[in-house]
Design a binder for this molecule. Sequence first.
Ligand code: MV4
Length: 442
Amino acid sequence: MSKKVLIANRGEISLRAIRACKELGIKTVSIYSEGDKELKSLRFSDESVCVGPADPTKSYLDAPTILSAADVTGSDAIYPGYGFLAEDYSFAEQCNLSGFKFIGPNSETIRQMGDKITAKSIVTKYGIDGVPGFNNKLPDDDDEVLKIANEIGYPLIVKATAGGGGRGMKIVRSSNELINSVQIAKQEALNGFGNDVVYFEKFIENPRHIEVQVVGDGKGNAIHLGTRDCSIQRRHQKLIEEAPASDVDKKKLDEVLENCVTLCKDLNYEGVGTLEFLYENECFYFLEMNTRIQVEHPVTEMVTGIDLVKQQILAASGERLTISQNDIKIKGHSIECRINAEHPESFIPSPGKISQYHQPGGLGVRVDSAVYQGYSVPPHYDSMIGKLITYADNRSECIARMKRALEEYVIMGINTNIQMHQKIIMTEEFKSGKYDINFMST
Ligand code: MV4
């Protein structure tokens, strides 16, 4: 078992990881930047090390400095959280080569899943279908590219193989836009990811975004923890997530879940992972696999009772999976609202000092956050300052509880999206559960 974990992240997920380590009897080391001296997570870890200036490229993304911090503190493992270096296969490799266990899948799996064309070709072997399209490097000849696109039909979407999470995509509605769009997509992909390979998919207009949570022990044992619906998003930033996804074709879902588990067993998948799908007209289309813990993991924890961060640490420590699929019973319903420091209309980030803070509580209410009264939200990072999660026996009680909890939440001194959440959860569309990824634009 690991004895001391360095947490290579910040904010709520650092605190989340510290809590899991404490319950496992593992010592923790926080890293922080000069812009993050006030974070609550620093006060709950056993040690903390400043790794550089507020600019994330000079601190939370600086692999050599983070490895030095692990070295000087005698850490034996590194927890990456989400964002930053969590899906950087080279960082995972460097950790392991330097003698620190990277808490997550092996670097080769991260690398393969990070390349979306490769990911699609791997999962296809397990009967998991992607969106129909062209999943190869495109030919250089424009006429051949046009022919491929015409066979797929319009609208189609051009995606960067090194992209993901909505970065590096272009929708093409007719053949006269095609060559130009491909050109722009390639250039953007080269600039953004250093890789200009793009692929085509048929564009699905009104899907839901449904994802499957998996856990493996790296020894060929794996289970799934059901679904989440993450369709409520704006500009590829998720706003509300829920577990389980409502109103999904049971036969199709069971098939997808079983295939996801077979894939993870076969890959000797270690730790937690998420397979993302579009869901439209009772069909699942694989998009990509995330090889990290996700922001929205708490809703799955609430409906399964499984601590996902502990599962990551146990797998990394070489423990066999002790939970079998039959042990997993999805019970009740859970919803998460991401609380962002941002202007309610313009969505522009709103850093600054929190002058008053009161967080909701009571039965079925969970707040994952590292802020507090008097804390100054720094301008250098993501605007998410916390997550409000509610749990209840069923979806309608879960919504009523979320309404009550949002009303209790007091955050003064900065702008937040709390009122936006109140509006969303009271719409008929949200209450009916019949919404898709276009919810925020309609
Ligand atoms: C798509 C799509 C429609 N058709 N692919 C955006 C995030 C990235 N993971 C993939 N994304 C999409 N891929 C095809 N073939 C629509 C989206 C999409 C989306 C997907 C999930 C959640 C929100 C979204 C918002 C806009 C577009």
